[in-house]
Design a protein around this ligand. Structure first.
Ligand code: M3P
Ligand code: FE
Length: 306
């Protein structure tokens, strides 16, 4: 049980093979707003209901996958203190200068035992959601595609789940909300720094630093169905769904961006409070845990990562 100084996932930096094809996907199909492009050609986007400048950065590269995932922390003092705590724990950190990502303050980077680069930052410029803060309307007109409201979480694959869970819970004060176990052996772990059922999740996998999906919140089950329609309309590669997760209870659909990075849009998880006790799923029920309706696993879903 903890109240974490970490507020939420702030952004994810994704590698894409063809930048313009990726922009069409994330802007016109997911419905993120394109905010700007920087001197390195990186594209910055945000969900319509996000307040800060950006939550997704696309970087053209010769292989897909995730460069880093970043979390916003509550203050500059909390950032300094987390940096000290990480170092004292034996986790090396590096500072990335303010402005290295446009409109983002200084970042503290460390690498999880599963090999993923995680950045912490306290400051990002405010943009607002376009509705104003006095007598606002409930939603914005003209949002495209699936109308993603916000970047919500990532699911990452790597080998040393136990050490990754330890650093996230002991140093960053995340809560373990759900886990899948085979006896004492943890196969998958879902962790929250907030009131959400998860802000980041991991599945045990032989190869480190692998990316399974970046997930975006949408409003309703009807919107999940509409996302499925958009996937067919635009010949997007469908992975799975629409369906329901046992874990986190999310109503969900998975699909791929043009570079093969998996995306999820979902609605309807539960509220987590730090005094809650974690949920355990046993390996014999893993089918139902992941896909509550089919109650069986899909090899493609489990094994295709970037
Ligand atoms: C989610 C979610 C796996 C479970 C995935 C669950 C791959 O993506 O958002 O709840 O075990
Ligand atoms: Fe997910």
């Amino acid at each position: 049980m903890a109240q974490s100084p970490v507020l939420r996932p702030g952004h994810v930096v994704l590698r894409v093979l063809d930048l313009e094809a990726a922009v069409v996907h994330y802007r016109d199909r997911l419905g993120l707003q394109e905010i700007e492009r920087d001197g390195q050609g990186r594209v910055y986007l945000k969900g319509w209901d996000e307040q800060d400048w950006f939550s997704v950065v696309l970087r053209e590269a010769d292989r897909p996958g995730m460069d880093s995932m970043a979390f916003k922390v509550i203050s500059a003092a909390a950032l300094d203190s987390l940096e000290k705590d990480l170092n004292a724990y034996g986790c090396k950190t590096a500072r990335l200068a303010a402005g290295e990502l446009s409109h983002c303050g200084e970042r503290v980077r460390f690498t999880l035992p599963t090999g993923h680069a995680i950045d912490l930052y306290a400051q990002k410029d405010y943009m607002g959601n376009g509705l104003g803060r006095v007598n606002p309307d409930p939603w914005l007109e003209g949002i495209k595609g699936m109308q993603a409201q916000r970047f919500d979480h990532c699911l990452l694959y790597g080998a040393d789940l136990d050490a990754t869970i330890k650093v996230l819970t002991e140093v960053l004060k995340f809560d373990l909300t759900e886990k899948v176990v085979d006896g004492d052996f943890v196969i998958a772990a879902f962790l929250s720094c907030s009131n959400k059922a998860h802000d980041i999740a991991f599945v045990r996998h032989a190869e480190d630093n692998k990316f399974h999906h970046a997930s975006f919140l949408i409003g309703t089950w009807e919107e999940v169905l509409r996302a499925a329609d958009i996937i067919s309309m635009h010949e997007i590669s469908l992975d799975l769904g629409p369906t329901r997760h046992g874990i986190t209870r999310g109503r969900t659909i998975y699909f791929f961006d043009p570079s093969g990075n998996r995306n999820e849009v979902f609605c309807g998880d539960y509220t987590w409070y730090p005094d809650h006790q974690p949920i355990t799923w046993t390996a014999d029920q893993i089918g139902r845990a992941i896909f509550y309706h089919d109650r069986k696993l899909n090899e493609n879903f489990l094994n295709v990562v970037t």
